[in-house]
Design a protein around this ligand. Sequence first.
Ligand code: XIL
Length: 388
Amino acid sequence: MKKTSTITGHVDLSIPAIVLCLLLLLPGCGNTKNEHSNHPKTLKEVLKDKFLIGVALNSRQSSGNDTAAVRIVKEHFNDIVAENCMKSIEIHPEENRYNFTQADEFVQFGVDNNLSITGHCLIWHSQLPAWFCVDENGENVSPEVLKERMKDHIYTVVGRYKGVIRGWDVVNEAILEDGSYRESKFYEILGEEFIPLAFQYAHEADPEAELYYNDYNEWYPGKRETVVRLINTLKKRGIRIDGIGMQGHLGVTNPALEAYQETIDDYVNAGVKVLITELDVSPLPEPRRIGGANLADREAYRKEIDPYTDGLPEDVAIEWNNRMMDLFDLFLKNSDNILRVTMWGVSDGDSWKNNFPVSGRTDYPLLFDRDHQPKEVVTRLIQQLSEY
Ligand code: XIL
């Protein structure tokens, strides 16, 4: 504004309008607004003092083949996580064989593009190779053998990317909604101790790396009480834990924002930071209102629960954008305690939600649509957080 008035102040008022317009187009002569609109801001720019904004990449994206998605990642995000290629079934398919091809490519993508990199995940009951917890007869191995296997796995994977990966989801989804421990093989063989052990090994393998526990549906009081107990136990024993990942596989009404806020408060009061991980908000009917991401909770396809195959109706899109905006407002309000917010996929077409909890639906849970266009909430967020 200042520049414009300086220019107009020197302009003879009789000058033809066309000359005035040309003058305004000269470099350095445009007003502030023009300068800004010539350079539209991006999510990572407007959020840079708040928290990291991350996204999960599939292997077509980290290999660079999906160029439309790569363009969005480079423009809007500053942290990446692998959607699948670092899970134990992919990276350690047999006891004496690791497969780092895709994981290396993913990490290289982050390094080349100057992004921070999140490791997902070290110990998880799902996408776990069959050999990990049993012997050649299919019997559970002894606690000592399982500890050795966990240690070898964690040392090898974390060690390979030491100093490059900023933080790890060390243990994923070990606690149920009622606060009890999931009856996984790890729990069956080692009891609750498998979690502190995993954190200890991860810290030994890379003392600089941040370490997180990650789970879904943490607004269930029982679940979050046990997570808080876990944080206390680790801290009391002097074992590093930096944050709790709150997976955000959410619906448009479920859960209530209050429950989300209470969960964040509980974790912050226990002395850790929060990471909003795996965010996607589905506008589709929830077949059973359990929410979350338990991979075993699947439902058969029915046309009635797949209502938007030809596109999202305007009123549903409005509701969806408002819900996503409300969530980001809540994250922004808590930004002092939130390290990162990560979307579970780049665009709607990439989302695992098209196949979970029902296979073959058309879902709309992410910030960019099937044509890789930003949704309204992206524009709103950028506008709200820009200086003007
Ligand atoms: C999902 C992936 O998105 C799918 O491609 C895969 O088939 C199954 O796993 N919780 C997690 C993620 O921690 O790793 C899961 O990712 C979704 C639920």
